[in-house]
Design a protein around this ligand. Structure first.
Ligand SMILES: [Zn+2]
Length: 128
């Protein structure tokens, strides 16, 4: 499987990361570096660039740990419109939250969740 990932730390992504205090919205992990600062990534739900052309706006961004970012980008996890987590691959020893962690001031738009979910549902059908 080839997965194209574009990680850009834009102002919008930085704000979302800060708002969540570095805590992963999918698994709750707060990955700390030796300096005591959390490491997390701003993940675009509808990806930036071709062929998705997702916007770089806060309702399209999640604060995720690196593993969950990869899970989102390769469709190993999707979400329903209400932010309920739908695993699509074996999780081994990882425990994901039942629902996306929401914080005041960060509205996640259901349209982007739906785009992501339906894209990966289509992919699943095409490869079978
Ligand atoms: Zn995570």
């Amino acid at each position: 499987m080839r997965v194209r990932r574009l990680i850009r730390d834009t102002a919008a992504a930085q704000r979302i990361k800060q708002l969540h205090g570095g805590e992963c919205q999918l698994c709750g992990l707060r990955l700390l570096g030796p300096d005591g600062r959390p490491y997390c990534e701003g993940a675009h739900i509808r990806p930036l660039g071709k062929p998705h052309h997702g916007p770089d706006v806060e309702p399209n961004i999640l604060c995720l740990c690196p593993n969950c970012h990869v899970r989102l980008d390769m469709g190993a996890v999707t979400l329903d419109d209400g932010g309920n987590v739908i695993p699509r691959a074996p999780l081994s020893d990882v425990r994901l939250l039942p629902q996306l962690t929401m914080r005041e001031g960060h509205y996640v738009h259901p349209d982007y969740l739906r785009y992501h979910r339906e894209y990966w549902e289509r992919q699943g059908r095409e490869t079978r």
